[in-house]
Design a protein around this ligand. Structure first.
Ligand SMILES: Cc1cc2nc3c(=O)[nH]c(=O)nc-3n(C[C@H](O)[C@H](O)[C@H](O)COP(=O)(O)O)c2cc1C
Length: 221
């Protein structure tokens, strides 16, 4: 019996119809034509095809003061980020490679998950996480992907088997966000579906327990 079977049994005992998982995408850059953001959106579309509800937190919504644990005040953007991540059953993160690693914008946003340290599900505990990186060359994109997957691991997230590194030295996306490389497009969608599939376990468990962070629970505001 797999954990999904157990979760389905729990949900059936509770008598509730299974709730769709929420997959949250976050990342990109401040550029209005961010290729990283376009890649995240395609992967989220794959998650939606896999039955998930999806939500994108794009680069401009991640512009927040440098995370400082000692400071207790939080901007509306920071409060929204943490509120959404608490509800997330699966996560897709996208970062450009900046000087050999993930960008400060994305890292700073991830540092805010320190505010989830005391949660029942701390950081990314129990959530599948898909990683996407872009770079003006394969080396930068791939080293950044390794760095990002290491951070996900540190945050107790479950890296999906598939991660996607994209070399944006060639034109990869058109102005409407369509991916011009069929293989990359398939990888992004497949990874989104992988996240959605694993995210169902957490959604079912939360639904069975009527967890307030579950979509459609009685405690929804
Ligand atoms: C400050 C800065 C540093 C960068 N450093 C690297 C790097 O080390 N390696 C690399 O391959 N690309 C690097 N790039 C290129 C970006 O990773 C690449 O253009 C990326 O696709 C931009 O993402 P966006 O289209 O979402 O803005 C850098 C770009 C900037 C602005």
């Amino acid at each position: 019996m797999t954990s999904l079977d157990i979760a389905i049994e729990l949900a059936q005992k509770a008598g509730d119809p299974p709730k769709p998982p929420l997959v949250v995408g976050l990342g990109g850059t401040l550029s209005p034509s961010s290729s990283t953001e376009k890649a995240i959106q395609i992967s989220l579309d794959g998650a939606a095809e896999g039955g998930a509800e999806i939500l994108l937190i794009p680069g401009p919504s991640l512009e927040m003061p440098i995370y400082a644990w000692e400071r207790k005040e939080r901007t509306p953007e920071a409060q929204n980020l943490i509120a959404v991540l608490r509800r997330a059953d699966g996560i897709i993160i996208g970062s450009p490679g900046y000087h050999g690693s993930i960008s400060g914008l994305v890292k700073n946003a991830l540092d805010y998950t320190q505010d989830m340290a005391e949660d029942e599900w701390p950081y990314f505990h129990g959530r599948p996480v898909g990683s996407i990186t872009t770079g003006a060359g394969w080396q930068g994109a791939v080293t950044t992907l390794t760095a990002l997957r290491g951070i996900v691991h540190a945050l107790r997230g479950w890296n999906t088997p598939l991660g996607v590194a994209i070399n944006t030295a060639q034109r990869m996306f058109d102005d409407n966000g369509k991916c011009l490389d069929a293989k990359i497009d398939t990888m992004l969608r497949d990874m989104g579906r992988e996240v959605a599939e694993s995210a169902r376990v957490r959604a079912l468990m939360r639904g069975a327990r009527n967890d307030p962070n579950s979509i459609g629970s009685d405690n929804d505001e």
